[in-house]
Design a protein around this ligand. Structure first.
Ligand code: F3S
Length: 282
């Protein structure tokens, strides 16, 4: 049986880097280690880190109680205020903000000093967007859909620089920018969407169209995993969703000549490898 694993399966570069930096600290650091928020939305990884002594700081109030150790900032990044609060605790900071997100912080910081207000296309409840907003000097607006362009009453007489949450849908971004332009807004657009999600989806589609069965690994509540299942199902009628290698027992894979494997953004490498090994045994 031929088994093909997608190169882009699992963690993107920024998440891998952040998770690696926590494991690195565990190796080299004798003191307390904290992450500001869970490093990734994957229970297994967070539990494993917890068992190795890493604690998750859930709020700024909790942060204020910390007096020593190391605080790791996850790939989403944090606002300037939170960054300064961590600094003020006198702890060591490991900043694992994804460089693509850090670039957005720098853009909004510089642009907002140049007489421009900032528009962020994204979800205002998402920690990445909260972090980006926190680097703006002055006013910022967050827009998630067409309705919000009208609701937010963004003054037409001002000048704006516009950026995007890294995981925003590319077509929706283009559409919203077009609407703002048609409405006559003076906007300097910087497309800051990261390609990782798109690359993962395109590769999954390509592999699924070429194999007899496709396995998608991920958390059951992960929306990007569900999207992968949807994309693969359109190409391959034998698309199976699993959370771990143990779930493969529910399927008779012997019947297939070729199998493809992909995984959602929060699936660790070891789970992908276990599923790969299990498939080869079938
Ligand atoms: Fe991942 Fe960084 Fe892109 S965290 S999705 S590589 S912006």
């Amino acid at each position: 049986m031929e088994v093909r694993v997608a190169k882009s399966a699992g963690f993107c570069f920024g998440v891998q880097r952040a998770v690696d930096s926590v494991y690195h600290e565990i190796e080299v650091n004798d003191g307390k280690i904290y992450t500001f928020g869970p490093i990734i939305h994957n229970e297994q990884v967070v539990n494993d880190l917890q068992s190795k002594g890493v604690q998750v700081i859930e709020s700024e109030e909790e942060l204020e109680q910390i007096t020593d150790g190391t605080v790791i900032i996850r790939s989403h990044g944090v606002s300037r205020a939170v960054y300064e609060k961590i600094l003020s605790r006198g702890v060591k900071i490991v900043d694992a903000t994804c460089p693509f997100v850090k670039k957005i912080h720098n853009i909004v910081d510089e642009e907002s000093l140049k007489d421009r207000e900032i528009i962020i296309i994204g979800n205002d409840k998402h920690p990445e967007v909260e972090g980006i907003r926190g680097w703006v000097n002055g006013t910022s607006f967050v827009i998630n859909d067409e309705k919000q362009i009208n609701e937010k009453c963004i003054p037409k007489e001002n000048k704006y620089s516009l950026v995007s949450q890294t995981t925003f849908n590319h077509n929706k971004f283009k559409y919203l920018v077009e609407i703002m332009r048609k409405k006559g807004y003076d906007i300097n657009v910087v497309n800051t969407i990261c390609n990782a999600t798109n690359v993962r989806q395109v590769e999954a589609k390509e592999i699924a169209s070429d194999v007899d069965a496709m396995i998608v690994i991920g958390g059951k509540n992960s929306s990007n995993t569900q999207k992968l299942v949807e994309i693969c199902s359109e190409q391959c009628e034998n698309t199976f969703f699993v959370q771990t290698a143990a779930d493969l027992n529910a399927y008779d894979l012997k019947a297939f000549q070729s199998i493809g494997i992909t995984a959602g953004a929060s699936t660790p490498k070891n789970i992908i490898e276990e599923v790969h090994t299990e498939c080869q045994k079938k």
